[in-house]
Structure formats: C-alpha cells, structure tokens
Write a protein that binds this ligand. Structure first.
Ligand code: SF4
Ligand code: SF4
Length: 89
C-alpha cells in the first residue's frame, strides 16, 4: 500500500501519521492534545454519560480533516489515548 508522504526542510521524505480517534472513556481531560495541535482538530464535548459524571467534559477529534499528521497529540497524551495512522493515497 502506498501512503501519503511529506517532505522535511532538508528535502527528505517522511510518512505522516494522521489522527484517527481518541477514546473518550479513557480521556483524563488534561488538554495537552488541544494545546499541542496547531490545526484546530480537537474540541471539548460533554461526556455522553455526563449525568453520571457530574457534567464531565472530554476531548474529541472534531475536525480530523485538518490534521497534517505530525502525531504530537498522540506522543503527548499521558493516557496513551490517541491513535494516529498513515493514510493510503
Ligand atoms: S497529528 Fe498533529 S495535526 Fe493531527 S491532530 Fe495530532 S497534533 Fe493535530
Ligand atoms: S492529551 Fe489525552 S488525556 Fe489529555 S485531553 Fe487529550 S486525549 Fe484526553
């Protein structure tokens, strides 16, 4: 399978890994992914079971179409809660 590739500043090739999902049930709501992403991909939402959780908020992948595949969000998540994958051309 051929994946989408990018070019580094020196002209080298690399394979981006784009965000595909975060698991809201494991999210610790620390906000690190939100802060590390410069592309506006993440948004806080009410947890679907917020009645049971006193109105807890969690992070969700709201705009995956804006992702450039840097994987900073996945590397920084203390809960290992975000999955990123290469994308086929
Ligand atoms: S991989 Fe990079 S651009 Fe994509 S959501 Fe994560 S931090 Fe944002
Ligand atoms: S970095 Fe991980 S634990 Fe923190 S808000 Fe994002 S998904 Fe949740």
């Amino acid at each position: 399978m051929e994946y989408i590739t990018g070019i580094t500043a020196s002209g080298g090739s690399w394979t981006p890994a784009f965000v595909v999902r975060s698991n809201i049930n494991d999210c610790g709501c620390c906000g690190k992914c939100f802060k590390s992403c410069g592309r506006g991909v993440f948004e806080y939402i009410e947890h679907p079971n917020s009645d049971d959780l006193c109105g807890a908020k969690v992070m969700t992948v709201a705009h995956p179409e804006n992702c450039i595949g840097c994987s900073a969000c996945a590397r920084g998540c203390p809960k290992k809660n975000i999955e990123c994958e290469p994308k086929a051309r």
